[in-house]
Design a protein around this ligand. Structure first.
Ligand code: NAI
Ligand code: MG
Length: 334
């Protein structure tokens, strides 16, 4: 059972090392590591070397850190986009929980008990559409097929069936044609296949406000690539820090790519103070969604919650603990 590690750049290797320690605390796994991102550009001349891609294809699951350095900002990300496309990972699950109220900028009574999952479409839309420059300006295009919308919506409906039975579909159907197709398609799928799941539609601007003013109203949120990217960083305010947000990218085949939502954080790289919880929680998602080992996943999540409650927190959460101290506390709490 091989898990491929793509530590990447900046704090990526620091937080992936923590996640590996925690995985080793709950079971026996084989790991295979490959260069990725700016690190791979420096060493191999490309952000996603062929060996890394081959390794990912044959792995049980992939655990990644983050990519990007001051010298290489956009090209490393192209390796990540390519990896998602090559592995057919179209659904990006981003669970957001108020693990402990009072950690973030929001009032404790607003976030207490909030527990939602953003399902972000990952292989279509503005990030992959035709883009270019003309003499006068530049353009990016947003395109979606009904099939691309339906397959990610199905993931959201199924997830809602296992949770509180509620899907919020987020679009901008009052302005965008792709959003009108999005709304029609999600509505049709809901009526045909998931009549037991409650479905509501929200415009993205109003969803952005509701996320921070009334986050408890959400169970599963499904939305296109760009909106999902922005809303999930915003949702970090509910958890308290970007350093607490994990993600799982899934497709139609088994396995998947598991990585923190945050980037390579060059401002704190090498200081030993990165919050490892997002990477550790990503490892928990890997256990749950790729290896079907839910008890171990739940044990890791409980250990993270206990560590936060015990006040063992990195500086992004107002604490003074180091990456290593948080990792040790999570291991001890298993
Ligand atoms: P970022 O997420 O790296 O950092 C934003 C802020 O949050 C920084 O102040 C950082 O110190 C803090 N932060 C992030 N993760 C943290 C953690 N685990 N513990 C403590 N503090 C944490 O986003 P930014 O600064 O916009 O981008 C930095 C680089 O990361 C860029 O090169 C960008 O392209 C890349 N990036 C890569 C991503 C990926 O690989 N999936 C996602 C987002 C950005
Ligand atoms: Mg982002």
């Amino acid at each position: 059972m091989t898990i491929v590690l793509l530590p990447g750049d900046g704090i990526g290797p620091e937080v992936v090392a923590s996640a590996v320690e925690v995985l080793a605390g709950v079971g026996e796994f084989d790991f295979a590591e490959f260069p990725f991102g700016a690190d791979a550009i420096e060493r191999c001349g490309t952000p996603l070397p062929a060996e890394a891609l081959t390794g990912c294809r044959s792995a049980e699951a992939v655990l990644a850190g983050a990519v990007g350095t001051a010298a290489h900002t956009t090209t490393p990300g192209s390796g990540l986009l390519r990896l998602r496309a090559e592995l057919g990972l179209y659904a990006n699950l981003r669970p957001v929980r108020a693990w402990l109220e009072g950690l973030g900028p929001l009032r404790p009574d607003v976030v207490a008990g909030a527990d939602l999952v953003i399902v972000r479409e990952l292989t279509g839309g503005l990030y992959v559409g035709a883009a270019g420059r003309s003499a006068e300006g530049a353009y990016d295009t947003c395109a979606y097929t009904a099939g691309e919308i339906e397959r990610v919506a199905r993931v959201a409906f199924r997830l809602a069936q296992e949770r509180r039975g509620r899907v919020t579909s987020v679009d901008k159907a009052n302005v965008l044609e792709t959003s009108r197709l999005w709304r029609e398609t999600v509505t049709g799928l809901g009526q045909d296949k998931f009549p037991g799941v409650e479905l509501e539609h929200l415009l993205v601007d109003s969803a952005a406000l509701a996320l921070v003013s009334d986050p408890r109203r959400f169970d599963v949120v499904v939305t296109e690539n760009l909106f999902g990217d922005i809303l999930s960083d915003e949702a970090a305010a509910i958890a308290g820090s970007l350093g607490l947000l994990p993600s799982a990218s899934l497709g139609d085949t088994a396995g998947g790519l598991f990585e923190p939502v945050h980037g390579s954080a060059p401002d704190i790289a090498g200081l030993g103070i990165a919050n490892p919880c997002a990477a550790i929680l990503s490892a928990a998602l890997l256990l749950r969604y790729a290896l079907y080992r839910d008890p171990e996943a739940a044990a890791i999540e409980a250990a993270v919650a206990r560590t936060l409650r015990d006040g063992i927190r990195t500086p992004d959460l107002g604490g003074t603990a180091t990456t290593a101290e948080v990792t040790r506390a999570v291991l001890a709490g298993l």
